[in-house]
Design a protein around this ligand. Structure first.
Ligand code: 4AD
Ligand code: MG
Length: 442
């Protein structure tokens, strides 16, 4: 017997095949059962007729409960009324494992309940679609860098030093010492770029974020390219080209999933075309000030308060992105609010050569990156200024001692990207098993 996957069912029209799956849903009448069978690759309707299968097997189908695992043998028929264009006329139905009182039903469940049952929630159509899109995004990211001359150089997860400030470090015992879970693979990519010219890493990164927001996870996935002899302007070209290619791929593969299963308005995604908006920090501050002055609600006004020197918060980013129909590349932030490794602008050292890419529709920062400080003395001073333990950064300083060159790179957060592409309110649905301040389970 041919074992068929639902995603490839078109190949088997007229044939008898075996489906191995689970019962998603069911409708029945006295003489017919309509089983919605899912096998992980799709959902198909299997029709069980009393006349065809006999009373005993009909009773088996009749007793099936939601998410029982089952094997169905039947003949594949084309059917224009089916959402996938095909259905299965069952000849035999067999239960593999029963499912009694499956906790997730069609009724509305709260977010906390669904997250507690995440191990089962993954089977629902909407969650299934989101994780399929996540897969496509990750594949598109890898294809972009693999296809453009970058070498994959994995950064370690256990590290001796901080990258993005010391307030969000997870510490773990490491034999007689302590180690940190990496916040970013960047410092190692800088070494890799000096060895390979263009490199990237793609892995989980960790931040002990004590805030509960819809954008923060404590464990998230980040892709981090790094390029030798690249400066800020070239980096912005790279961000643009890269994001266009990723979004284009999702539209090619998932247009129907986005518009039908997720009810996503994809006009904004279709606008992800070059050129993006390039906005200096100075001009962004001016725009935010204008927005703030035009707001009447006192609370919202306070949230939008801004003076030169402050970092942008989510409300600032959200309002800025609503003004444009495509991503914004905001560059030239005050050095004080950015990490120690950022290249100071030679014409104005209060400003650094960084770029944050803000996704449209209020999604905010999805990429953080910039040109790196390539001057040994300036970098040593920055490390001292931040009170970082210099000894732990000696190897990083070596990169400036032995053939330093201008170089730049960025980090794109996968979950924020998936949230934006899918139009989701919260990042928790964008990762198979979310880790947040108050969640380590399941
Ligand atoms: O802006 P960040 O902190 O930049 C870095 O870590 C750089 N070292 C990357 C580099 O230049 N190689 O983080 C980069 C991106 C953010 O724009 C965001 O998309 C994501 O990582 N990110 C988070 N995503 C989910 N939860 C969090 N707590 C995140 N923190 C950052
Ligand atoms: Mg950032």
């Amino acid at each position: 017997m041919v074992i068929a996957r639902i995603s490839e069912i078109a190949r088997h029209v007229g044939q008898e095949v075996r489906l191995q799956g689970w019962l998603y849903n069911k409708r029945s009448s006295k003489k017919l059962q309509f089983l919605q069978v899912r096998d992980g690759s799709g959902i198909i309707q299997a029709i069980v007729s009393l006349e065809d299968v006999g009373a005993e097997m009909f009773a088996v189908a009749d007793a099936l409960t939601q998410e029982s695992s089952l094997i169905v043998d039947g003949v594949v028929r084309e059917d224009p009324r089916s959402p996938i264009g095909f259905e299965l006329h069952a000849k035999a139905v067999r239960v593999v494992g029963k499912s009694v009182d499956y906790p997730i039903s069609k009724k509305e469940h709260g977010d906390a309940f669904l997250m507690d049952h995440r191990h089962l929630w993954l089977r629902s159509r909407r969650q299934h679609v989101i994780l399929k899109i996540r897969h496509t995004i990750i594949k598109a990211i890898r294809d972009y860098f693999d296809g453009n001359g970058y070498t994959l150089v994995d950064s370690p997860i256990l590290t001796p030093n901080a990258v993005e400030g010391t307030s969000t470090l997870f510490t773990t015992p490491y034999f007689e010492r302590k180690a940190y879970l990496t916040q970013s693979g960047q410092l190692y990519q800088e070494a890799a770029a000096m060895a390979f010219g263009k490199s990237y890493c793609f892995g989980p990164t960790f931040r002990a974020e004590k805030s509960k927001t819809r954008r923060h996870l404590t464990e998230f996935w980040m892709v981090e390219p790094e390029v030798a002899y690249l400066e800020l302007e070239g980096l912005m070209d790279l961000c643009e080209d890269f994001l266009c290619s990723v979004v284009q791929r999702v539209l090619e593969v998932h247009e129907k999933d986005l518009t039908e299963a997720l009810e996503r308005d994809i006009t904004h995604l279709k606008n992800v075309q070059k050129p993006f908006v390039r906005l200096s920090y100075d001009n962004a501050v001016k725009e935010i000030t204008q927005i703030r002055d035009s707001v009447t609600d006192a609370e919202q006004k306070a949230l939008l308060d801004i003076t030169w020197g402050m970092d942008f918060g989510s409300p600032h980013e959200t309002e800025l992105t609503k003004r444009y129909d495509r991503p914004i590349m905001c560059f030239g932030y005050p050095s004080e609010v950015k990490a120690f490794y950022m290249k100071r602008d030679p014409s104005n050292p209060r400003v650094c050569r960084n770029v944050d890419v803000l996704a449209p529709e209020g999604y905010g920062e999805i990429i953080g990156g910039g040109q790196r400080e390539d001057d040994l003395d300036t970098l040593e001073r920055a490390i001292a200024h931040e009170n970082l333990p210099k000894a732990a950064y000696e190897w990083f300083l070596d990169l400036r001692r032995y053939g330093t060159v201008p170089h730049a790179g960025f980090g794109l957060g996968v979950e924020r990207t998936v949230a934006w592409v899918c139009g989701l309110h919260h990042v928790r649905e964008t990762i198979p098993f979310a880790r947040t301040l108050d969640r380590l389970e399941p």
